[in-house]
Design a protein around this ligand. Structure first.
Ligand SMILES: NC(=O)c1ccc[n+]([C@@H]2O[C@H](COP(=O)([O-])OP(=O)(O)OC[C@H]3O[C@@H](n4cnc5c(N)ncnc54)[C@H](O)[C@@H]3O)[C@@H](O)[C@H]2O)c1
Length: 249
């Protein structure tokens, strides 16, 4: 397990689900963890942060530095999802998705950059998505933001690499959280859907927040020191198996 003792981490959207699992994993490895979220974390020191608000981001980074004197790990995890087909997409919703999912990670990384560079161990972990490379119906805004996060990850790695800061993204597949619970919870036959979802994955199950957290912790620490600019898929093998007609699958 990576030893992150002495490092300070900020996890955006860390109050629940994937972000909470990452915050827990980083703390378990010795990091001092601060959660930045619209709501307080039950398990870690929290800062009220709206990643879409430039001033809120500036204050959050200043608060971490004021409290801890350094910042080594940034996890840009905060995100939202809604479904609207492209021909019905209103501009306000589109702009909100962009502001939280894509502009937010840019603002946080920009404000954190000088602090991440200060001790030569800075690591930014962006949470992208399979939908940065593929797309479900009615996910135009979400897919566009996640493709943007993947591009931002590569650009950040290039720009900050010379100052000793790495940047990678995780592209999770189906992770069981409230973000996608509506798909199954509102279905008349929830158990069948869960079984069918599991069958899409070579490992035989959908993902859990810890599956993402363990990879994030590896990217945060020195074991991944020569890894930067990468988009690491964490999807139980779902996307390496081409779909077949049901009669052949
Ligand atoms: N769940 C999945 O299957 C899945 C798959 C791929 C990618 N992701 C990505 O993983 C990340 C976390 O997803 P999740 O499933 O844990 O979601 P979630 O909805 O369970 O949790 C999201 C967290 O982000 C916080 N948040 C929302 N807007 C914010 C803002 N403006 N500023 C600060 N915090 C804000 C929420 O309060 C919440 O604590 C997201 O970026 C999501 O797009 C999730």
């Amino acid at each position: 397990m990576a030893d992150l003792t002495g490092r300070v981490a900020l996890v955006t959207g860390g109050a629940r689900s994937i972000g909470a699992a990452i915050a827990y994993g980083l703390a378990a490895r010795g990091a001092a963890v601060v959660v930045g979220d619209l709501v307080d974390s039950e398990n870690h020191p929290s800062i009220r942060l709206d990643v879409a608000d430039e001033e809120s981001v500036r204050l959050a980074i200043a608060s971490v530095i004021g409290e801890h004197g350094r910042l080594d790990i940034v996890v840009n995890n905060a995100g939202i999802m809604f479904e609207t087909p492209i021909d019905e997409q209103d501009l306000a919703g589109w702009n909100r998705m962009l502001a939280i999912n894509l502009t937010g990670p840019m603002l946080v990384s920009r404000e954190a950059a000088p602090h991440l560079a200060a001790h030569g161990v800075g690591s930014i972990i962006n949470i992208g998505s399979l939908e940065g490379d593929a797309c479900n119906p009615s996910h135009a805004a979400y897919a566009a933001t996640k493709a943007g996060v993947h591009g931002l990850t590569r650009a950040t790695a290039i720009d900050l690499g010379p100052s000793g800061v790495r940047c990678n993204a995780i592209a999770p597949g189906w992770i069981d959280t409230p973000l996608n619970a509506n798909y199954v919870d509102n279905h008349p036959d929830r158990d069948t859907i869960i079984d069918q979802l599991a069958l899409l994955h070579p490992v035989g199950r959908v993902g859990a927040p810890d599956d993402v957290a363990d990879v994030a912790c590896w990217l945060a620490g020195d074991e991944s020191r020569f890894v930067t600019g990468q988009i690491i898929t964490v999807d139980g093998g779902r996307t390496v198996r081409p779909s077949l007609p049901p009669s052949l699958a």
